[in-house]
Design a protein around this ligand. Structure first.
Ligand code: NAD
Ligand code: IPM
Ligand code: MN
Length: 354
């Protein structure tokens, strides 16, 4: 069986971690036999922008629609404003392909150290379910009287009933399969239209899941709970922006952003889903070969799982955890291994040679 995967390495450390992750995925597929991933690379990036004046060709989304899934590194580089690069590539992919769930699991794997006191491997094991198509990322608004004291800038926030119900329902389903506890991120004290609506939808859907206990916390208090009592968190559902911010926070409490994977899912499988690390292009360490490939490798495992190969996925995560536990870690985790060293060690383990 061959899976057709579109690969967009992107900018900065994107290509470095993508190479590491796909090498591991190939090794795992080979070890399991009968499955292959065929990659078609697309050079769409800020470099591409410099040459073509756009992040991807006009028919880029059409091209991607022919693939089973998409694997992406990171997008963004100084010289191209971030809103131009991201709205020219990553965000349109999430929207066009109705990848309305951003699934972001995190665990304190063996070999990692939480910066929090008294937290051991196994203590943190959570999933952020982030709305991925609407909310605060509306692309709607305007700016007038630019540069004058009368200047006004408006960014609209859009919550649809369909969009809210489907992400909340996905989170309840996931909670039902895990701890039966769901936390919802709100801010209905200050944001007085969208957030009371969000809470209302959570309350309505909760009635369909009497076996799941749901707690709503204002996002400010919830941010503190991530630090003060992370063991109590399991499935956390939030809007696009809240989910984004909680993702980096959740990554920080298990040791850093280089560890956090993500799956942009179109659960109906009508369109390709997209897999990518949560982190960005990290211009400060790009080109040095020291980026932590953990997030990208784990994202490749999420892709294997989505494509129907949970055995390959768990072999990858197991090998990754064994590698970290053996102390083969990049400088962000206090080690001296290079990106390629970590990838080679994980490959050896998925092949059963270490
Ligand atoms: P970032 O995630 O790129 O970097 C934040 C910090 O984390 C930096 O110090 C960086 O060195 C470190 N870091 C990130 N990934 C790492 C890894 N794998 N290993 C070790 N250290 C790692 O976030 P930023 O600095 O806010 O953004 C840089 C650029 O990336 C911007 O253009 C931004 O818009 C873009 N970005 C893209 C994506 C994406 O494509 N999905 C996500 C986030 C940011
Ligand atoms: C992420 C990133 C993106 C987001 C940016 C780069 C637009 O931070 O995937 O978490 O906010 O969704
Ligand atoms: Mn983010």
């Amino acid at each position: 069986m061959i899976h057709e995967v579109a690969v967009i390495p992107g900018d900065g450390i994107g290509p470095e971690v993508v190479e590491a992750a796909l090498g591991v995925l190939d090794a795992a597929a080979e070890a399991h036999g009968g499955v292959r991933f065929r990659y078609t690379h697309f050079p769409w990036s800020c470099r591409y922008y410099a040459e073509h004046g756009r992040m991807m060709p006009e028919e880029g989304l059409q091209t991607l629609s022919g693939f089973e899934s998409i694997f992406l590194g990171a997008v963004g580089w100084p010289g191209v404003p971030d809103h131009v690069s991201l709205w020219g590539l990553l965000l349109p992919i999430r929207r066009r392909f109705e990848q309305y769930i951003n699934y972001r699991p995190l665990r304190l794997l063996r070999g990692l150290r939480s910066p929090l006191k008294g937290i051991e491997p196994g203590d943190i094991d959570l999933v952020i379910v982030r709305e991925n198509n609407e909310g605060e990322y509306s692309n709607m608004g305007g700016r007038i009287y630019e540069g004058t004291p009368r200047e006004i800038v408006i960014q609209n926030t859009v919550f649809t009933r369909t969009g809210t119900e489907r992400v909340v329902r996905f989170a309840f389903e996931l909670a039902r399969r895990r701890s039966r506890r769901l936390v919802s991120a709100t801010k209905s004290n200050g944001i007085n239209f969208t957030m009371p609506f969000w809470d209302q939808v959570v309350g309505e859907i909760a009635r369909e899941y009497p076996d799941v206990t749901v707690s709503s916390y204002h996002i400010d208090a919830l941010a503190a709970y991530f630090v003060l009592r992370p063991k109590t968190l399991d499935v956390v559902v939030g809007s696009n922006l809240f989910g984004d911010i909680l993702s980096d926070l959740a990554a920080a409490i298990v040791g850093g952003i280089g560890l956090a994977p993500s799956a942009n899912l179109n659960p109906e499988r009508k369109y390709p889903s997209m897999f990518e690390p949560v982190h960005g292009s990290a211009p400060d360490i790009a080109g040095k070969g020291i980026a932590n490939p953990t997030a990208a490798i784990w994202s490749a495992a999420l892709m294997a799982e989505h494509l129907g190969h949970p055995d390959i996925a768990s072999a990858i995560v197991q090998a990754l955890e064994d590698t970290l536990a053996a102390g083969i870690v990049t400088p962000d985790q206090g080690g001296s291994a290079k990106t390629a060293d970590v990838a080679a060690a994980v490959k050896a383990r998925v092949r059963g040679r270490s």
